[in-house]
Design a protein around this ligand. Structure first.
Ligand code: BTX
Length: 323
């Protein structure tokens, strides 16, 4: 209901909309309308209310609530259900719980702040309030578990494209799960799945995006390695629009990944967004370090590194450092 009222106020931003008109459009009482208006105000919206004239929206805050994300979202599946929290330990954790409870394909879990945001291998992900997009999508692709980790690569294509388009600057993928501008990271992806031997039950695709932080707002240890879309663009962005853009770029790529059975048909598109191929890298793997030049990505998404001896090593999981 709040979504509907907000939509009406948005459509008439330059004029007052009578309480009566809202009541009729929404099929609720005047008292109910007034209650929803109060709730919107509590969430930071400024709404002018004038006797005998009605309501006018003066200001919308930069929030990542469902009503802001839904308005103008053009996807069919991704983000059609949205679960929002002001604060959560980790959206991946909450999304996992909801997935086990049967949440539908495409459900988006989003929080203003994470108190225990995680990266890979138990690392922490800095997720302060009001500045970033901390979100997880619940996906249920009918694929074998072998393809699950490839979803990270598919999402990376969408994110890189979305960020380039939002900022006007070229973003790029650092294999496997980071999006960079130049030598600094603005986004990380954490894909977690629940599967049995032959099928995926669900994948939680976690995405953390630094949107509006200034350099000084990053903790000391991240200042040299992290960047936000705002720093790159030179002006702040509306976080709900960032989410909409990501979902819009991701949906067709995700559908292709499901239809074609994995990442391989998207390999060339991944390469166009990559900042990894052609670089001298050090890959820190569970079985030791490999140094060489990243020369390709294979059909399964493994990074192909040519060592000094000319041997090509396929790397499936590693920490990549640029030399
Ligand atoms: P990663 O393991 O590849 O990267 C984690 C590393 O990135 C950290 O050790 C730190 O050096 C650096 N780092 C931490 N926070 C930031 C930040 N805000 N910006 C840039 N660099 C940072 C990457 O893991 C995957 C991160 C996924 C985060 C999302 S947020 C929504 C969802 N919920 C959740 O708990 N995790 C995911």
């Amino acid at each position: 209901m709040r979504d509907k009222i907000l939509k009406i106020l948005r459509e008439h931003q330059d004029e007052y909309v009578s309480g009566e008109m809202i009541c009729q459009a929404c099929g609720v009482s005047r008292t109910a309308v007034w209650k929803h208006i109060r709730e919107l105000e509590e969430r930071g919206y400024q709404i002018d209310a004038v006797r005998n004239r009605g309501y006018r929206l003066l200001y919308s805050p930069d929030v990542v609530t469902p009503e802001e994300i839904i308005l103008g979202l053009k996807t069919d599946v991704l983000g059609r259900e949205i679960v929002y929290r002001d604060q959560v330990a980790s959206t991946n954790e909450l999304a996992t719980e909801l997935a086990y409870q049967g949440a539908s394909e495409g459900t988006l879990v989003v929080a203003d702040q994470q108190t225990g945001g995680r990266g890979r291998r138990g690392r922490a992900w800095f997720s302060p309030p009001g500045k970033g997009v901390w979100m997880s999508l619940i996906l249920r692709p009918k694929l074998s578990p072998a393809y699950a980790s490839q979803l990270t690569l598919v999402a990376a294509i969408a994110l890189s494209r979305a960020f380039s388009s939002l900022t006007g600057q070229q973003a790029g993928i650092k294999w496997p799960n980071d999006i960079f501008f130049g030598s600094k990271k603005c986004c990380g992806i954490l894909t977690e799945m629940h599967a049995d031997h032959d099928r995926i039950h669900h994948i939680v695709l976690g995405i953390g995006i630094n949107v509006n932080m200034e350099s000084s707002e990053f903790p000391e240890e991240l200042r040299d390695i992290a960047v936000s879309l705002r720093i790159v663009k030179g002006e702040s962005l509306v976080r709900s629009k960032v989410i909409q853009s990501v979902l819009t770029y991701l949906e067709p790529l995700y559908q292709q990944y499901v239809r074609e059975g994995g990442f391989s048909s998207l390999r060339e598109e991944w390469k166009l967004e990559s900042i990894t191929i052609g670089r001298n890298v050090r890959a820190v793997t569970p079985r030791g370090e490999i140094e060489g030049t990243a020369v390709d990505i294979d059909e399964a998404g493994a990074l192909c590194v040519m060592t000094e001896s000319g041997e090509i090593v396929r790397i499936h999981s590693a920490e990549i450092l640029f030399n």
